[in-house]
Design a protein around this ligand. Structure first.
Ligand SMILES: Cc1cc2nc3c(=O)[nH]c(=O)nc-3n(C[C@H](O)[C@H](O)[C@H](O)COP(=O)(O)OP(=O)(O)OC[C@H]3O[C@@H](n4cnc5c(N)ncnc54)[C@H](O)[C@@H]3O)c2cc1C
Length: 379
């Protein structure tokens, strides 16, 4: 191994977490000379659309927020509500804008090197992190990994995925209210499962319509297509449209943990580092929170792995237990919350920044007979 392959930090994976870390490092007081970013992919495709809610108005990614909304719609069989979300804003970022913005900024800083290659192995050796590709070996003081996911699956745990497929459609007429996305619409066949659609209007005749489920496995592609077609026709009442783009994926909603099998010089970040919330799949906001804690700890000399607050892990488990044991349909759980609780409180709770009083209010709003046994089971 030659000296040119030696770095202060290696960032393995240039997706959301890897690029967020590089951007936050670049703008931080952490001292470093050389950072390697490595990914098997060129990150030049619009492969995902991120939504999240935040009440901060000064984030490093502000420039690339494509849309911000101050309200959204929630719909189910018993509730149709436009929810004001102040002090939060519901934000959307296109994957390609994120990748382009980060790569342009980082490539103008000579401290960052880029390699496109497949990672074969990561390990800690002689108190250094080592990364192996087929031809090369790189080493560093610390390595931040979002490329290799190593969940420790426990059989009795509830390990769901949030799975989805979305179409960006363009319609002939102006069909969408640009100021009001649909956060969740449960007015579709639930199929004894948890299914909903969300709609993100890009303009009055363009929107991303995404069919989503929470279940142990994703469904077949034909089923997504049939459900999307039916939703656009029957719920949105749109006959003529073009599909401009497609996106699909799955996000772990795991009770089992993602563990670090690579030794003490490797820190897992992103979904690998436990940033995907088990009860919702939301990840973007948690990645930013975790990365900013990580960068602060690096500035103080030693990086910390992210640990979610135990009480939120517990709340997630309770909710997943009620859904998994079919004690109450997910559509009714969300309907109850949106009926009884102010939306900003729900958003604070889901962002894991709620007060104890807000949490008690939420606990008090759901049927005790369904939730208390789940809370006892998951103690
Ligand atoms: C279509 C889609 C939509 C989503 N929408 C939302 C949303 O609206 N809100 C939200 O909060 N979350 C959303 N998520 C979930 C989550 O935010 C994303 O999955 C996010 O990208 C996870 O970040 P990450 O850095 O952990 O992983 P990734 O962004 O997937 O990055 C991992 C990187 O590692 C690379 N890699 C993997 N294996 C190797 C290897 N062997 N060698 C080299 N490189 C490798 C990959 O190419 C990739 O670039 C969405 C996910 C998807 C798929």
């Amino acid at each position: 191994m030659n000296n040119k392959n030696s770095y202060d930090f290696i960032i393995a994976g240039m997706g959301l977490a890897g690029l967020s870390l590089a951007m936050q490092l670049k703008n931080s007081s952490v001292k470093f000379n050389k950072v390697l970013l490595i990914d098997k992919d060129l990150k030049n495709k619009n492969d995902r659309t991120w939504c999240f809610w935040s009440k901060e108005d000064a984030n490093w990614f502000d420039k690339i927020i494509f849309k911000r909304w101050s309200k959204f719609k929630f719909s189910s069989s018993g509730l149709n509500k436009v929810c004001e979300i102040n002090p939060y804003q519901y934000c959307m970022i296109k994957g390609i804008d994120f990748y382009n913005f980060c790569l342009n900024e980082l490539k103008s800083d000579i401290r960052f090197d880029f390699v496109t290659d497949e990672i074969k192995k990561i390990e800690t050796k002689n108190n250094q992190a080592h990364l192996h590709t087929i031809k090369e070996e790189y080493h560093s003081m610390y390595l931040f990994n979002s490329a290799i996911r190593t969940p420790k699956i426990v059989q009795k745990h509830i390990n769901y995925v949030q799975h989805f497929k979305g179409w960006l459609i363009e319609t002939e007429e102006n069909n969408f209210d640009v100021d009001c996305p649909t956060f969740m619409d449960f007015n579709i066949h639930q199929k004894n499962d948890c299914r909903f659609v969300y709609v993100l209007p890009f303009s009055s005749n363009k929107a991303l319509v995404e069919y989503t489920g929470f279940s142990p496995k994703r469904i077949d592609d034909e089923e997504y297509d049939a459900e999307l077609t039916s939703y656009i026709k029957l719920n949105l009442k749109i006959e003529n449209y073009k599909v401009l783009e497609e996106e699909q994926g799955e996000i772990p909603m795991f009770e089992s943990e993602f563990v670090n099998l690579f030794g003490n010089r490797v820190i897992n970040i992103g979904t690998s580092g436990g940033s995907s919330k088990a009860s919702t799949g939301f990840t973007f906001y948690f990645v930013q929170k975790h990365i900013s804690e990580l960068v602060k700890s690096l500035a103080n000399g030693s990086p910390i792995s992210f640990a979610r607050k135990p009480k939120y892990l517990y709340y997630d488990r309770i909710l997943m237990d009620v859904i998994d044991k079919k004690k109450m349909p997910a559509s009714e759980i969300f309907e109850t919350l949106f009926k009884k609780i102010p939306t900003p409180t729900i958003l604070a709770f889901l962002n894991e920044e709620s007060s104890l009083l807000q949490e008690l209010r939420i606990m008090n709003s759901v049927p005790k007979l369904k939730f208390v046994p789940a809370a006892l089971r998951k103690l």
